[in-house]
Design a protein around this ligand. Structure first.
Ligand code: SF4
Length: 185
């Protein structure tokens, strides 16, 4: 597992604007019916990572405006609760993710946005402006590396007990971590 210094990893240097997958209408990547976007590239390299194929920034296929239109159309369905960002590392792909989340905020303001990240909440607070801007558009953040020594398959939406499900707007307002209100374990 790698631990970056603050602002060491930069999306503009690393991201190639590619994604591994897009899955519309799933029930597993957060609360409710969701559309999930899996971006390419992650440098954390956690032991036991569930998706090593996503580590390369050149893996997968290019993110396109046609796909963005499809995502917007899928999200607009009344039974869809929101978008989930996974990876790979969404915060090292801000060039494609930021325009998408801004569009969702403008055009589909009732939809929520979840994101997984290998960064901890405390690390993100010291990160580059693009990552901080993305954080402001996220509703729920599942933070931190996957730690095999803390593996627990019973946990809701995460693989190891160091990871947290954070209510981002409440946490930013309170200047401290407030966990998701529907957390079960
Ligand atoms: S942060 Fe996530 S995608 Fe990246 S190596 Fe760790 S488990 Fe895998």
């Amino acid at each position: 597992m790698k631990n970056p210094k603050a602002q060491e990893w930069r999306s503009e240097e690393l991201s190639q604007g590619r994604i591994m997958d897009y899955k519309a209408f799933n029930f597993v990547d957060g609360e409710g019916v969701r559309c999930s976007l899996y971006v390419s590239g992650c440098l954390f390299h956690c032991s036991g990572c569930y998706n090593v194929a996503t580590w390369s920034f050149s893996a997968g296929i290019p993110y396109t405006l046609d796909l963005e239109e499809q995502i917007m159309e899928d999200l607009a369905q009344p039974y869809v609760q929101g978008l989930t960002l996974l990876g790979g590392e969404p915060f090292l792909n801000t060039g494609i993710i930021l325009p998408l989340v801004k569009r969702i905020r403008n055009e589909l303001p009732t939809k929520d946005i979840w994101s997984w990240t290998g960064y901890t909440w405390e690390e993100l607070a010291l990160e580059t402006p693009d990552k901080l801007e993305l954080l402001k558009h996220i509703d729920i953040l599942v933070d931190g590396r996957y730690d095999m020594s803390k593996r627990n398959m019973a946990l809701q939406f995460r693989g190891s007990s160091n990871q947290r499900i954070i209510d981002v707007p409440k946490s930013l307002a309170a200047k401290q971590i407030i966990l998701w209100e529907n957390l079960r374990e």
